[in-house]
Design a binder for this molecule. Structure first.
Ligand code: SAM
Length: 281
């Protein structure tokens, strides 16, 4: 039996009971990085398992061995470093080879960075496309972004910390400064930040605090129509002021003062501060 198992994208407890149960009983665990996975497995009391590396550079070769193990009746579980295998991660070639040899790969669903961001993006009846990583060269990146200028669906991309500023600049130059983004940084981790604002506001937000340029990013680029109706979201200025005031005043006072100083929906401001507090605990 071949299982494809999602692992946490940050918080080590974001793994399902069924996933853990099957990992505990597996004969072999195929890991993108065995040292990294050993830490997660150890955290859940799974030690002394046979771990075999399966990554981008050896996936074809190891998949051939996997077929032999499956023919011997062994139970195998494939995991990647974080989130769902096959989603901008190794696993797709393994599944193809399993199908070709008459084995059905079974998913053990769980954490995935782009699904996590979509779940809080507030897209009402708006479809979405998951694109993953854009090309590393700016010209190619912009060419790809141009194709999203007039689409009526949201596009979700992955981005790394060393390219986040360039990527936002490219979004501004191809899709416009007013394009609304939902950005998830360090989801489920200590410094989790989720904001919904225009590309220009997010650019300012990034440059106002270099810590905001650190970590892992998922960006949801909303289609034009939703941007036009999106007056209820918090601006970079409102976030900056409410953060400042909340560091000195009780939450309710900080929210009321922010709304007086620079506007903004009080419920959104209040919920934002509550979420920040939860993250710090
Ligand atoms: N398989 C993973 C999944 O299911 O989401 C994605 C793996 S891909 C190699 C890694 C990229 O996913 C990161 O560069 C980042 O864009 C995104 N990502 C992973 N974990 C994240 C997190 N905790 N917060 C934000 N983005 C994350």
């Amino acid at each position: 039996m071949l299982y494809i198992c999602a692992t946490p994208i940050g918080n080590l407890n974001d793994i399902t009971l069924r996933g853990l149960e099957i990992l505990k009983t597996a004969d072999i665990i195929l890991c993108e990085d065995t040292r990294n996975s050993a830490r997660l497995l150890h955290h859940h009391g799974i030690d002394s398992k046979k771990l075999v590396a399966l990554h981008d550079h050896n996936e074809n070769e190891v998949s051939t061995r996997v077929i032999e193990w499956l023919e011997q009746g062994l139970t195998l579980v494939q995991i990647s470093d974080a989130g769902t295998p096959g989603i901008s991660d190794p696993g797709a070639r393994l599944c193809n080879m399993a199908f070709e040899h008459g084995f059905m790969p079974r998913p053990l669903p769980g954490a995935c960075a782009y699904i996590s961001l979509l779940s809080v993006s507030g897209l009402v009846d708006i479809p979405s496309l998951f694109f993953g990583f854009l090309p590393s060269k700016s010209t190619q990146r912009c060419k790809q972004m141009e194709t999203w200028r007039d689409v009526d669906y949201a596009v979700v991309i992955y981005e790394s910390p060393h390219r986040i500023c360039e990527c936002i600049d490219d979004i501004i130059s191809t899709l416009g400064a007013d394009r609304v983004l939902v950005v998830g940084r360090e989801l489920t981790k200590q410094f989790e930040t989720i904001v919904k604002m225009t590309a220009q506001e997010y650019r300012e937000f990034l440059h106002a605090d270099s810590n905001q340029q650190r970590g892992e990013f998922v960006i949801n680029i909303l289609p034009l129509d939703s941007s036009a109706n999106d007056s209820e979201q918090l601006t970079a200025e409102q976030l900056k002021i409410v953060n400042l005031l909340a560091s000195e005043l009780p939450t309710k006072k900080a929210v009321n003062l922010t709304a007086k100083i620079c506007g903004g929906n009080k419920d959104l401001l209040y919920n934002y501060l509550l979420a920040q507090k939860d993250n710090k605990q």
